[in-house]
Design a protein around this ligand. Sequence first.
Ligand SMILES: Cc1cc2nc3c(=O)[nH]c(=O)nc-3n(C[C@H](O)[C@H](O)[C@H](O)COP(=O)(O)O)c2cc1C
Length: 362
Amino acid sequence: MNPLFTPITLAGKVLKNRIVMPPMTRSRSTQPGDLANDLMATYYAQRASAGLIISEGTQISELGKGYAWTPGIYTQAQVIGWKKVTDAVHHKDGVIYAQLWHVGRVSHESNTGGKQPVSSSALQAEGVKVFIDDNNAPGFVQASLPRALSVDEIKAVVEQYRHAAQCAKEAGFDGIELHAANGYLINQFLDSKANNRSDEYGGSIVNRLRFLREVVAAVNTVFDSTAVGVRLAPLTTLNGAVDEHPEHTYVEAVRALNELKVGYVHIAEADWDDAPEMPLSFKQAIRDAFDGVLIYAGKYNLERADQALKQGWADMVGFGRPFVANPDLPARLAQGIALSEHNPDTLFGGAEQGYTDYPNAT
Ligand SMILES: Cc1cc2nc3c(=O)[nH]c(=O)nc-3n(C[C@H](O)[C@H](O)[C@H](O)COP(=O)(O)O)c2cc1C
């Protein structure tokens, strides 16, 4: 029996299998206001047979938004929108966490209400493009040059994370995941080449971890720490964030998260085709540093997931793109039913087509 289909307990809840639907931005929120809606509720409920669903990245503030049409989780109207989603998922016996997202420098004035994007440092993500919807002329543009956050502003962003966690709780989410991966704001503090600060938030590993620690401590006042997860991407260079010594940096990050008693660490091993091999010794070092649940995602299939669980460095496995066109993915995997391919043209934006119209096969 593949251990993928055995239950696991997370934050006191028994998850029915070890299959995770990892966060996937689909850019279908209602405008204006970046509101989750009935269509999104249908989409997530269709996929409620996953042991755990993590929502698409949802911005914690206006400045935290990087792409057109992504949902937010900081206004009362947004809470009401997400409540539709969590109710629909719970009705189907699913468990859903919200991925809290601040993109930092991976944005453009068009997506931030005309304000200059912010980061740990005034360093541009060169060659990184973001999607905007300027005067109804959607398209990709170079991410803006950010300005560095002051220490007071950092404290204010930490408070925005706490507020967003509170909104997630009011919206009925079972927990939250902090997006500290893929080159976004927290990652812009962690990675040595994205952070050139000379104060207590830059330089040494202790300093580069300070923002992450403060954000986790803040959201831990809202949710029990075991219902808080953190997503890290140690080796990807996605969105231009690069660390000179990723093994050292990320094992230290995981140690810090272990001290803060977070429920899970979610490693984005590969994203799209940005897929450097993560050595087994690195995975083992992460296992040794963490007592909670470890999730891995990035081009997994049944065989690789089976191996990861049996070797013990993963407790759950994310299947991203396979969930797009296979809403009943767990049953298909269990029964050996061939998987459908998704249409890449309908991933971002639009309506039902390529979103809620993929049929079940079981
Ligand atoms: C359409 C799409 C949107 C994504 N959006 C997010 C996101 O909002 N947050 C995040 O952490 N990762 C995001 N990812 C990365 C996925 O969570 C996952 O790590 C990646 O797709 C690799 O897994 P896979 O090979 O099983 O698809 C996205 C991936 C895809 C395909």
